[in-house]
Design a protein around this ligand. Structure first.
Ligand SMILES: Cc1cc2nc3c(=O)[nH]c(=O)nc-3n(C[C@H](O)[C@H](O)[C@H](O)COP(=O)(O)OP(=O)(O)OC[C@H]3O[C@@H](n4cnc5c(N)ncnc54)[C@H](O)[C@@H]3O)c2cc1C
Length: 461
């Protein structure tokens, strides 16, 4: 074990220490890369049995903030692979009524998207991102390792115990085990998760000519939101990758072609182009509990709840592959008051689960990983003790993490007036009228788009 002092004193010697990461999702795997690159001893433990075990393949939007953090964590060639395996950026961001009438559409010059490999918005398939992140961590991540509990030892070390009866001891334990974190349940048992009063269900269908024919051009070239009475909403992502069954598509850069040739050859996970959707409503509007239904039943339920919607949207939902459909009970963490720093810390959803309302959860987990590594490098350099580093990391992480939680919650609450009868419809009509006015005023649209994208910047928190 290392000699990193846990107190405010200095050991004199250059500290060496061992970090144990529980969970190798977006945040945990990024931290593992960052520490490995910094020459800090690290082991990660993932409960999934293999690197390709049943992963949800929903779309994750990575903001420039998230990309900057990821770039700081992973080796340069892995970052290039991440960029090559991203889907094409949406060229339109549209708002429609449930009758497929456009109320507002941003496109072209309205969107501050850009194609800089770091400073641009990106779309990635969740399971593809994870498999990219596992590359180069073959010696660091152990799969099929379900963490059960930890013990803090008298000598300042910490031991993690696993369901298979094994254990591992290190100097720092990082909880990166997601929303239902076992580490958090033991370490901060008072940290609570709350239902937001909203349920969602979503799935995907292959991008076939039949599916294409159902959507307007702008929807096919981007991301669309549909707002309907009673606060019902639908998001539709058209996700197109830079590859097809023959490898890299025409138009990919020579570097991307080279990387994709290697990537597609590995046959990990490179899904075909697809249309993904997510439908949400306040809990009280669901006639049955979607959390108890299978894929086909969830499609039926969505069709029942959207009976008077445009037939093309309903056809699309009916075409969804039932094996891809899943329900979500939208939850949020409740901000926790500061706790004393120790040899246990947390990152990502394990401490600040947020609603998907702002698409900020993965971006914030990446920011945590980059920040925590930066602080641990200061320990390695003898500039901070481990306790000081964890204290500084946690102060900052709590500030921006819980600010993001609150902003994300404000976007998805079943108590909002929009979900209520009469007043909800009034709000919807006013919103639509405002959007239609903005839609014909390009300077106003551009300002709205700039504000929307700036809002995704976690530095603003
Ligand atoms: C539908 C949907 C859309 C989203 N869209 C976006 C988006 O557009 N942009 C965005 O930024 N965020 C988005 N998010 C949120 C984002 O997916 C999460 O915030 C992000 O994955 C959190 O990363 P994490 O590393 O903290 O946790 P996770 O990625 O959940 O990783 C946790 C890991 O820990 C492992 N684990 C759990 N328990 C144990 C255990 N006991 N022992 C060992 N391992 C364990 C799990 O198997 C998992 O691999 C979305 C979420 C949803 C549900």
């Amino acid at each position: 074990m290392g000699n990193a002092t846990l107190t405010n004193g200095s050991t004199g010697a250059k500290p060496s220490f061992k970090v144990l990461i529980i969970g190798a999702g977006t945040g945990g795997a990024s931290l593992a890369h960052a520490l490995k690159q910094a020459g800090i001893e690290v082991m990660a433990f993932e409960r999934d049995r293999t690197r390709t075990s049943g992963r949800e393949g929903y779309r994750v939007g990575i903001s420039p903030d998230g990309s900057r953090a990821l770039h700081a964590c992973v080796p340069a060639d892995l970052y290039d692979l991440f960029v090559a395996t991203c889907a094409r950026s949406p060229r339109y961001f549209n708002m429609y009524s449930e009758h497929l009438q456009e109320t507002l559409s941003f496109g072209g010059a309205d969107l501050p998207l850009g194609d800089d490999p770091i400073e641009s918005e990106k779309t990635v398939n969740r399971s593809t991102l994870r498999q990219v992140l596992y590359t180069g961590l073959e010696e660091v991540i152990q799969f099929d390792k379900k963490f059960t509990r930890y013990e803090q030892n008298a000598n300042g070390t910490v031991t993690a115990f696993f369901a298979d009866g094994t254990s591992e001891t290190g100097d720092l334990l990082v909880a990166a085990d997601g929303t239902n974190s076992r580490v958090r349940q033991q370490y901060l048992p008072h940290a609570a998760l709350e239902d937001c009063g909203m349920l969602s269900m979503g799935g995907k269908m292959p991008m076939t000519p039949e599916a294409r024919a159902l959507l307007p051009q702008k929807a096919l070239a981007g991301m669309s939101m549909f707002f309907a009475p009673k606060g019902y909403g639908l998001i539709l992502h058209v996700v197109e990758f830079n590859w097809d069954e023959n490898g890299a598509k025409a138009g990919a850069s020579p570097r991307d072609k080279e990387l994709l040739a290697q990537w597609c050859g590995r046959r990990y996970d490179h899904p075909d182009d697809y249309i993904g959707w997510g439908f949400w409503a306040a809990k009280q509007h669901f006639p049955v509990d979607p959390l108890k239904l299978d894929g086909s039943q969830l499609i039926e339920l969505t069709l029942t709840m959207t009976e008077n919607w445009h037939p093309n949207l309903r056809k699309l939902m009916a075409m969804t592959d039932p094996t891809t459909v899943y329900p979500i009970n939208i939850r949020t963490s409740v901000p926790v008051a500061p706790w004393p720093a120790s040899n246990i810390t947390l990152l990502g959803d394990a401490i600040h689960t947020m609603t998907p309302g702002r698409g900020a959860g993965a971006n914030t987990a990446l920011r945590d990983a980059a920040l925590l590594c930066q602080k641990l490098v200061a320990v390695r350099n003898g500039e901070l003790t481990l306790l000081q580093a964890i204290g500084e990391y946690e102060d900052e992480m709590r500030r921006y993490g819980f600010a993001a939680v609150q902003k994300s919650q404000a976007q998805m609450s079943g108590d909002d007036a929009i979900h209520k009868p009469v007043i909800g419809d009034l709000i919807l009509h006013t919103m639509r009228a405002g959007m239609k006015v903005a839609n014909v005023l390009p300077p106003l649209k551009r300002r709205m788009a700039a504000a929307m994208f700036a809002e995704r910047n976690t530095d603003a928190l």
